[in-house]
Design a protein around this ligand. Structure first.
Ligand code: UDP
Length: 271
């Protein structure tokens, strides 16, 4: 499976991040959902944050998956900072939480169905009811909260397998890297799928089980701080953030080191 549709991407710690604008990203979703069922590879979206970029260094299987996804978007503020710092470019942040409702609206408009996989028992089901309240035409084939995040498709109850097979959009909420690994492993079974995306805690945000940070914190890139306040157990995961920043600063410094005099002389002698 190699579903690269990146137009232009920039590496951040070896992970290619797409510079799609939000508008362009949702156009890609539109195009994918316009395709007839079973035609071509599904659009496999990974929303990358600094934790994911660090994890990809230490987990080779995960790294390979990030090279085979269709679009890696800049989710965390750390990723958009790194792209600005390394390449002087602005990149729109495209997060799972901001995308679920919008993708559902596009799916409903195009008569495509969706499935909600993951999160704690009952959360995806409640999120499903709330989404249907907001988007009347939305067809949800089903929801499922697996007892383990590495459950294989064939181990799921038969009705769930059928609902997953029928869905044109599949949202997977198992946290990274489990959700991306689940997608990669099970995508061949999802025969009607056109768009698939790992969305972290988005169902919990939709149901209100976890509150999203106030808008000013989201806009100023402090959402991570708010989540740490709500879920202090995330502190261990947060240790990856300074490691990420340090790596980016070192890469930038190495980009600025002038070429050695020897290399310079060699080039001159050829001219
Ligand atoms: N989750 C799950 N199974 C697991 C671990 C996590 O279903 O083994 C769910 C969790 O309930 C939450 C979602 O995965 O709904 C995202 O978790 P996390 O907070 O790690 O993701 P983030 O939002 O930080 O990407």
């Amino acid at each position: 499976m190699d579903t690269q549709v990146l137009e232009k991407s920039y590496p951040v710690l070896g992970v290619d991040i797409s510079t799609y604008s939000k508008e362009h990203f949702f156009e890609a979703v539109h195009s994918a959902l316009d395709l007839p069922t079973g035609n071509g590879q599904p659009l496999f979206v990974v929303t990358v944050n600094p934790e994911i970029a660090i994890q990809a260094i230490i987990d080779n299987d995960f790294n390979q998956i990030l090279h085979r996804s269709s679009i890696n978007t800049a989710d965390g503020v750390g990723i958009s900072w790194a792209i600005r710092y390394l390449y002087g470019l602005h990149v729109d942040r495209i997060t799972g939480s901001d995308s679920v409702e919008k993708i559902c609206a596009i799916a409903a408009q195009k008569n495509n169905s969706v499935f909600l996989y993951g999160a704690q028992p009952g959360v995806a089901e409640r999120a499903s009811s709330l989404l249907k309240e907001k988007i009347e035409a939305l067809h949800i084939t089903g929801t499922y909260a697996p007892e383990r995040n590495d459950l294989h498709f064939e181990d799921l109850p038969e009705p769930v397998q059928q609902q997953l097979r029928e869905a044109n959009v599949v949202f997977v909420a198992l946290g990274a890297p489990a959700q991306e690994k689940w997608i990669y492993k099970n995508l061949p079974h999802l025969t009607h799928c056109k768009v698939i995306i790992g969305i972290g805690g988005s169902f919990d945000f939709i149901t209100g089980d976890i509150k999203r940070a106030p808008l000013f914190m989201r806009k100023t890139g402090l959402e991570w701080m708010y989540r740490l306040y709500l879920q202090p157990s995330r502190w261990r995961r947060m240790l990856k953030l300074p490691l990420f920043a340090l790596n980016i600063i070192l890469i930038r410094a190495s980009m600025q080191i002038p070429k050695s005099p020897r290399a310079h002389n060699m080039r001159q002698s050829h001219s």
